[in-house]
Design a protein around this ligand. Structure first.
Ligand code: ADP
Length: 330
């Protein structure tokens, strides 16, 4: 029997990086250097690649342009083993891309053109219905129209899938907006924005509880960077510390956390064990330079855990032993 899949609904954005001695002002040109088309995507393509690297049967539903940057992004996902049958391609609009200027202090100034992501529509979701009907989990990211993201959650629930939504970048959402979301996973800033609170003021437990109350959610995980993650499941809560590791760069950590979390839940782990596995996959990602290059395979995660003497939840250790010897097929 075909195993049920993980569907990732979200963005692809190509990062274009350049170093500058200072940021230009209006009507000014500043010479830059070290231009790179980085191996760095959007939240959706990141989550899809990270899930596929863990061996999950992964499908990406999103929209890119019919252009060179789109071809590159699609090839990264295909190489990781992501099924792209429901990737739609705009004839008239370019693939999303971000211009990132880095100043000598390492501070970025960023402009992002969402391109084809902004055209990603209900119709694109409807065209992918057959893959939703085979989904065990549907992971939804923003950087696409909010209404498309919430429509995807509704279709996923109609087909009985478990839905996880990462609300980044956060934007105001009506109180019934997450009615079809089983698990909401914001970082601390996104949690504050959704609650219309100023950033960095409230404790994670307070944020998680208010999100549960305000949006009628049972399950919320607030990710806390180097402080770990806070898991709220109904009335049960648990603060999970991060795995202590020397971080070399953190972009993509949240997306990699989602892949480990999805892997755990896919194989029947509790929310806390799955989130612990998410912390582990994300800790490995912050210890390796780059975003996409830092998303580990199961064998790499097992080695990372062994070298650093990090404990893998028991229920997942058994699954890892099995799946590293026989690859999961979609
Ligand atoms: P985002 O990338 O969405 O802002 P976070 O910064 O909260 O998300 O990071 C997601 C997860 O990555 C955290 O819950 C944590 O488990 C892990 N993580 C992030 N930074 C570190 C770090 N410096 N050391 C160890 N783990 C980290």
């Amino acid at each position: 029997m075909k195993s049920k899949g993980v569907v990732v609904v979200g963005s692809h954005v190509q990062g274009l990086f350049m170093s500058v001695s200072r940021f230009p002002g209006p009507d000014e040109t500043v010479l830059g250097w070290d231009f790179k088309e980085a191996f760095d995507g959007g939240k959706g393509s990141h989550q899809a690649i990270a899930c596929a690297r863990l061996g999950l049967p992964t499908h990406f539903v999103g929209r890119i342009g019919q252009d060179r940057l789109g071809n590159i992004g699609a090839s990264w996902m295909a190489e990781a083993g992501v099924d792209l049958s429901y990737l739609s391609r705009s004839k008239q609009t370019a693939t999303g891309c971000g211009f990132i200027m880095i100043n000598p202090d390492g501070i970025p100034a960023i402009t992002t053109a969402m391109g084809a992501n902004a055209e990603f529509s209900h119709e694109d979701i409807d065209l992918a219905e057959s893959v939703f009907s085979q989904a065990k989990q549907v992971l939804i990211t923003l950087e696409i129209p909010l209404s498309t993201a919430l429509y995807a959650a509704r279709l996923a629930k109609q087909h009985g899938a478990y839905t996880i939504l990462t609300p980044g970048p956060a934007e105001p959402v009506p109180s019934n907006g997450f009615a079809d979301v089983d698990l909401l996973v914001p970082n601390e800033n996104e949690a504050s924005t959704l609650l219309r609170e100023p950033p960095n003021l409230q404790e994670p437990g307070w944020l998680a509880e208010r999100l549960q109350e305000s949006f009628g959610l049972k399950q919320v995980i607030v990710t806390l960077g180097a402080k770990g993650a806070y898991v709220a499941n109904g009335d049960t809560t648990k603060a999970l510390p991060a795995f202590k590791i020397s971080a070399v760069d953190t972009p993509g950590a949240g997306d990699c956390f989602i892949s480990g979390l999805a892997f755990g839940l896919y194989y029947g782990a509790s929310l806390v064990d799955a989130a612990t596995f998410g912390c582990l996959t994300a800790a490995r990602s912050v210890s390796v330079p780059g975003s996409i290059p830092s998303f580990g395979t199961l064998a790499e995660i097992a080695e990372f855990a062994a070298v650093n003497r990090f404990e893998i939840p028991m229920v997942l250790r058994a699954v890892m032993d099995l799946t590293t010897t026989s690859t999961v097929k979609g």
